[in-house]
Design a protein around this ligand. Sequence first.
Ligand code: HH2
Length: 261
Amino acid sequence: MGVLNVTPDSFSDGGQHDGVERAVARGLAMVAEGAEVIDVGGESTRPGADPVGTDEELRRVVPVVEALADALGGSVRISVDTRSEAVASAAVRVGATLINDVSATLWPVAAECGVGWVAMHGCDDPRTMQANPTYRDVVAEVTAFLVERATVARAGGVAEVWIDPGFGFAKTPEHNLRVLAHLDVLVDTGWPVVVGTSRKSTLGLLLADADGVGDPVPVDDRLEGSVATAVWSAAQGVPMVRVHDVDATVRAFRVAFGGLD
Ligand code: HH2
């Protein structure tokens, strides 16, 4: 899943894909690099981000999904990364077939529209989610939350349900690493898992440690961490990773998984 943020303020690619033409070009480039899903998002949910009004989010997302769907002609899926019911259903009307829902609440829209749904853990409110994340057992609690959400959605009529532990959402770096180390627990639930570690700050900390420097490495210097954690996730049985750097990830996957029969 390639990330296409059409926002001015996303933490790693904000403002880079402004305008429908530039956004579509980036989406098509990711398809050429090997992405099988393009995830279009019009609201940053980075820690501390303010919510975007529905009208503005619609204005950013819908024309891009529509133009991309036209250009792709159904060969590659489009997902819409949103917490808004209105944006999710508008995006589906113009060609999205997957609702990537960091709020884990929008399954009724997916049921009504007959599309897939990703339930992510941890994003109740980006303004406060990093204030003091506390768990007794982060892996067990995240898993229980996601299985409950998935079960409710399936019973409510969503045929295609994915679960995502929400790396970087309402979690300390230690929580993130614990979740990552125990992805097998999520995979063993039987629900298909999505993981999005790409360019996130926990990787900046790990890379700083690896480099022996004090401060987290900046967001544009986290490629190895992004690729390594994507490969790790896939090796644990995760069938979809959400990444900004599609080319590097696909190349790494070819080496890691495409070798001997
Ligand atoms: N992470 C982000 C956004 N959406 N969706 C899923 N399913 N999983 C994730 O881990 C996830 C997500 C945050 O990353 P990004 O879109 O790059 O940044 P921003 O929220 O600043 O736009």
